[in-house]
Each structure stands twice: as C-alpha cells, then as structure tokens.
Design a protein around this ligand. Structure first.
Ligand code: HEM
Length: 446
C-alpha cells in the first residue's frame, strides 16, 4: 500500500503516548512476524483480530494520528482517498462536524425504501430533525424499562429453561430476543423471527459492512427489503384495523399521523420502521456474542459476572459486558466523507488537511483505548464512567437504539449467565464463526 503518511516529529509527542506506541509497535511487529503466509495475508489476519486492531491503532495514535493515503479503501460509496483518525479528541471532532464530514448512506437507503431517504442517511437538516423527533415520540425512552427490558428478560429466561445444557447462541438466543422485540415492541408482528433476522442481517450487511459494493450482497439486501416492506405494510394495516392491545412503536406512529399534528405522511411510517428493523437484530446479536467471547477469555471476570447474574444484578452484568465490548466493539470504525476541503486537529502538531470527497475513518475502538482520554485503557475494569464507551457511534447520528442496547443486552444475557459455570463447546463450535460478518454459530455449555 503506498501511503502518503502525515507523520509528525516524534519529539513532539507526549512521552506517555510515545511509550505506548513504541510498546505496541513492537507487539505489532512481533504479531506480523509470526504465523504463516506472505505479509499481505498476515496483515489481513492481524486486522481481523481485535488485539491486532488495538495494537495497530496504538501505533497510529503515537506515530500517525491522522493517517492519510491516496488509496480509496471504501469503494461502495463515491469517494477519493482515505484518512484514518485514531485519537479520541480527533474522532469526536470528526463526528461532531456535520457540515464538514457527512454521512454517505443516502443512495443505499433510497434503494432499500424504493425512493425515500432514512434519517441515518440524512445530513443535519430539517428532514432529519422532523423524522427523528417523530420517531422519539413513537419509541420513547421510558419504554426501555417498562416494555423492552421486561420482555427481553422473560423471553431469555424461557429460552434458557428449554436449552439447559448446550446453546448455539446466535441461533437460539441472541438473534431471537431482538427479533421478538421487533415483533412485540416495534409492532412488526406480520413476519416470523426467522424472516426478520434474515432480512435485517442482509440489509445491514449491504448498508454498513459491504464496503466494496458487491452486487450479490446488494441483490440479496434489496430482495429482503422488498419482503420486509410488504410485512411492514401488513403490520400497519393490521394496527390501523385494531388499535387496542399493548403499546407498540408502530401504533404510536399511526396515532401521531392520525392526530394531524405533524406525524409521518404517505410512506413515512413504513420507511422509518424499516430503518429501525435493520439496526436492531444483527447488531444486538453480534454485540452479545462478542461480549461473551471476551468474558470467556477472562475466567475471573466471567466468574464475577456469573455471580452478579445469579443475584439478578443486570447493572453489574452490563458493566462487565460493555467493558468486554470496548475491547471488541461491533463497529470499530465509523466513516464519513469530507464535504469540502478542510482540516482536522487544527492548531495541533498533528493537524491534517483533508480534501473534499476523502473518506474519513474515525476509529471509535481507538478512541476507547486512547490513554489521553481513558484511564489505564488496557486494563479490564468494570467501574468505568459510561462516557468512556463509544460502542454505537457518537454525535448527531449516535445510535437511535443506544438506551435500548444498554438495557436489552444485559437483560438477555443475565439468564444465560445465572447458573452453572459457562464454558465454550469443544473445537471450532466454541468460538464465534466468521463465515459472514455476523456470527451464525457460537456454542456454549452450562
Ligand atoms: C449493539 C447494538 C447496536 C450497535 C452496535 C449499533 C451501532 C450503531 C452505530 C455505530 C450507529 C452510528 C452510525 C454512524 O454514525 O454512521 C448507529 C446508528 C443508528 N442505529 Fe444503531 N446499533 C445498535 C442497535 C440499534 C437498535 C436496537 C436500533 C433500533 C432501535 C438501532 C437503530 C439505529 C438508527 C436508526 C441509527 C441512526 C441514528 C441517527 O442517524 O440519528 N441501532 N447504530
């Protein structure tokens, strides 16, 4: 890879950052030197491994905090060149500067809905503010404690009761509970759990993970989108015909529309509901799998977390689970495109000029390990302040489901963790599979 490095002089680095970088540089070199295959294969393996990613970002934070290359790494969206941003302050700066660094998802969002944009694909404009305001009235924060968490807790408890010994987590638990949330709380009860997880996974993969624009991935996602939109239309018709029964996001959106006070018109409800469906299932499942994988790697932490689960302390379970996710988050990087020529970290020694249309990869994983922002970042600690965690974005487009995630993930994992010591199944089955970007199998034993 020919890199036009934006390196700055080592003597200008803070001593502790340089120390960390040098240490991790050595770690990185030894990771690259070991194993089989040529350097490209070794680098690929290293980047697929969260420990390798952390070592790489530590070196970048120290030696090239804003690494610019004329190579275009993301070809699924129009752009030209790449900057990788690794320091916490700079990651926040990029994600805060909506006018300079725009979200790119609009064309794919329009393909998913068959024409209309969804708010994650919008810049900070009137449409964004209107759509998110309506959706915040339809999906209210208090629902998490009143509806989402109790439903998830009960669903997980029942699943665990029926799978007491060996559990293939994504198949049986971690995709099922969020899909049930989509049916029962969102109100899309016209599709099966199996269909919802297949559709949401295909669409999420297309929108956020397929950075090279693979036509097969697009085709599958658009087929799934068409089927999902039919199911959502059927759920809307069903809810319109019968407004009684438990509260759902869909029923609230319909009531807002019918009140004539500025709710969604036309296909607005449908297009916003599909946006929520896409975000909810593969993400929560992958987060649960990666968090558990991290706990299983740390037997002492696992034992403490299981003790907390045994006393139904979901808060303590959450502290362990979110810390495990810090080491291996679902999205290690958030990407934006420069809307104009501009500069990151102006006035510092590592200021970086960014040309219009450059794709800027802001690493939330790296930000969560930046010693300038996080105390003792390499230590696994369960008492970290919540604002250390950048697990689902930052700034304007921070995940719409952030409060849901914080509640549902511990609620669905606690029944699994409460009980006999958890262990991996033997062989490959006991590790999350990597056949797709979303683990399909990961078997544990109780
Ligand atoms: C652990 C689970 C989840 C993860 C890791 C996750 C990750 C993310 C990330 C990284 C973003 C920001 C994308 C960007 O700035 O480019 C985001 C935004 C979003 N997420 Fe999530 N998400 C999760 C769960 C959910 C759930 C449960 C929902 C539905 C309730 C959801 C709906 C959304 C929506 C609608 C946005 C766009 C927000 C906006 O543009 O203002 N996500 N998510």
């Amino acid at each position: 890879m020919s890199l036009a490095l934006n390196l700055f002089h080592a003597t200008e680095l803070e001593a502790h950052t340089l120390g960390e970088g040098a240490l991790r540089g050595a770690e990185l070199a030894s990771m690259l030197a070991s194993g089989t295959g040529d350097i490209k294969e070794r680098l690929k393996r290293l980047l697929a491994d969260p420990a390798g990613q952390r070592a790489l970002f530590a070196s970048l934070r120290a030696f090239a905090p804003n690494l610019a290359t004329d190579k275009t790494l993301i070809t699924a969206y129009p752009c030209n060149g790449t900057v990788i941003v690794s320091r916490a302050d700079d990651v926040r700066e990029v994600l805060d500067r909506q006018d300079d660094f725009e979200v790119v998802y609009e064309p794919k969002m329009r393909k998913i809905t068959g024409g209309v944009n969804f708010f994650l694909g919008m810049q900070d404009d009137a449409d964004y503010q209107r759509d998110t305001s309506i959706m915040r009235l339809a999906a209210q924060r208090g629902d998490v404690a009143d509806i989402v968490v109790p439903q998830a807790r009960e669903a997980a408890r029942q699943i665990i009761t029926h799978h007491s010994k060996t559990i293939d987590l994504p198949q049986v638990l971690t995709t099922v509970v969020p899909a049930l949330m989509v049916q029962r709380y969102f109100g899309i009860d016209t599709a099966s759990v199996e269909d919802l997880r297949e559709w949401a996974t295909a669409m999420f993969w297309y929108l956020f993970v397929d950075l090279q624009g693979d036509p097969d991935i697009e085709k599958k996602a658009l087929d799934c989108a068409a089927r999902c939109l039919v199911a959502i239309d059927a759920a809307i018709a069903k809810a319109e015909a019968n407004a009684d029964g438990p509260v759902t996001v869909l029923k609230r959106a319909i009531a807002l529309r019918d009140a004539g006070t500025g709710g969604f018109e036309g296909s607005g409800i449908r297009n916003n509901m599909i946006g929520l469906v896409i975000g909810a299932i593969p993400t929560i499942s992958k987060a649960c799998v990666q968090a558990l994988d991290g706990l299983l790697d740390r037997p002492d932490v696992l034992a403490r977390t299981q003790a907390a689960a045994a006393s139904s302390d979901e808060h303590a379970v959450g502290c362990a689970v979110f810390e495990a996710l810090r080491f291996n988050p679902v999205n290690p990087v958030i990407y934006r495109r420069a809307a104009r020529d501009c500069e990151i970290a102006s006035g510092t020694t590592h200021a970086c000029r960014v040309k219009k249309d450059t794709m800027v990869l802001a690493s939330n994983l790296s930000a969560m390990f930046d010693p300038a922002a996080v105390d003792d970042p390499d230590a696994f600690r369960m008492d970290r302040p919540w604002n250390v965690y950048m697990l689902w974005g930052y700034g304007l487009h921070r995940c719409f489901g952030d409060v849901i995630n914080r509640g549902i993930i511990p609620a669905l994992l606690t029944p699994l963790l409460a009980g006999t010591p958890l262990a991996r199944a033997g062989g490959d089955a006991g590790h999350p599979d990597k056949v797709t970007p979303f683990p399909q199998h990961f078997t544990v034993m109780r």
